[in-house]
Design a protein. Structure first.
Length: 276
């Protein structure tokens, strides 16, 4: 029987059974609920529940708009400690300079040990030449935490500049050409938009297997969970490690719902369901 997704190793109409490789989902789910319209206090409350729950290992960072840094600090409680936070500066109105907003957010969160600032997501400056835009951003950056540079589908020329710099990471949309080029250039990335985490894992796996953009686009577009589940279940420890070396995290609007879906598909194993 031919594979339903020839570019994706292990894809089958039979989803198989049992959990996927332990660790492949660790830290994969960036919480984009605030970006999707959830209030800061509600998002924090949901994070607290999840981080004391049975699937806490799956959680990545809480994505917080830089302009909401003061709200975040005010909403933190005495029991919060070391919550991973990624500040987001793309999506601001045109009158707000992302770097100015980021510096203000860093000032608001200075010496705040209830969070762990793991980085910031930044757009390229509004310069038509993407390579020049990347050079300008690199020259202006003064972060002590990693910068995740948002690359639009038409700004692929920035990737060579960032790869040559060697210090920055990417925040990518669901674009097959960009994912292919990022892997070719050994650039790590998070997603810059909400996405299906298993679909992205499988897309990166297909890329590492040599999938070209057209084939990769087919993997990204699949809406059949059996294809993804079967491929994920057939990933070896080595496959999983290499895949996650490129794909750091996937933004999801509702981590709890995403975890429930993965559990319902039988993909989470005993290590994931251990109590606190």
């Amino acid at each position: 029987m031919s594979s339903p997704l020839p570019a994706l190793p292990g894809a089958s109409t039979d989803p198989g059974s049992g959990p996927i490789e332990p660790g492949i989902l660790d830290g994969l789910l960036d919480d984009g609920s605030i970006l999707a319209g959830t209030g800061v206090e509600s998002a924090l409350a949901a994070q607290r529940r999840l981080r004391t729950g049975p699937h806490r290992e799956l959680l990545g960072a809480l994505l917080v708009p830089a302009t909401a840094a003061e709200q975040l600090r005010a909403a933190l409680g005495p029991a919060d400690l070391g919550l991973p936070v990624l500040l987001v500066t793309d999506g601001l109105d045109r009158g707000t300079d992302p770097l100015v907003a980021l510096r203000a957010a860093r000032s608001a969160l200075l010496d705040e040990d209830r969070i762990e600032l793991i980085g910031a997501r930044l757009p390229l400056p509004p310069i038509d030449d993407a390579a020049l835009a990347a050079q300008a951003l690199l020259a202006a950056l003064d972060l002590s935490a990693p910068a995740y540079v948002v690359i639009a589908p038409d700004a692929g020329a920035a990737l060579d500049v960032l790869a040559a710099d060697g210090a920055e990471h990417l925040a990518l949309p669901l674009d097959a050409d960009l994912i292919r080029r990022a892997v070719d250039l050994d650039l790590t990335f998070r997603t810059a938009t909400s996405a299906d985490p298993l679909g992205l894992l499988c897309a990166v796996r297909a890329t590492l297997n040599g999938a070209e953009p057209a084939e990769l686009g087919t993997v990204l577009a699949t809406s059949t969970p059996e294809y993804l589940d079967s491929a994920a279940r057939r990933m070896s420890t080595a496959d999983a490690a290499v895949t996650r070396a490129f794909l750091l995290a996937v933004q999801v609007d509702d981590p709890a719902a995403t975890i429930d879906d993965l559990a319902a598909r039988g993909l989470l194993g005993p290590a994931d369901v251990a109590g606190p």
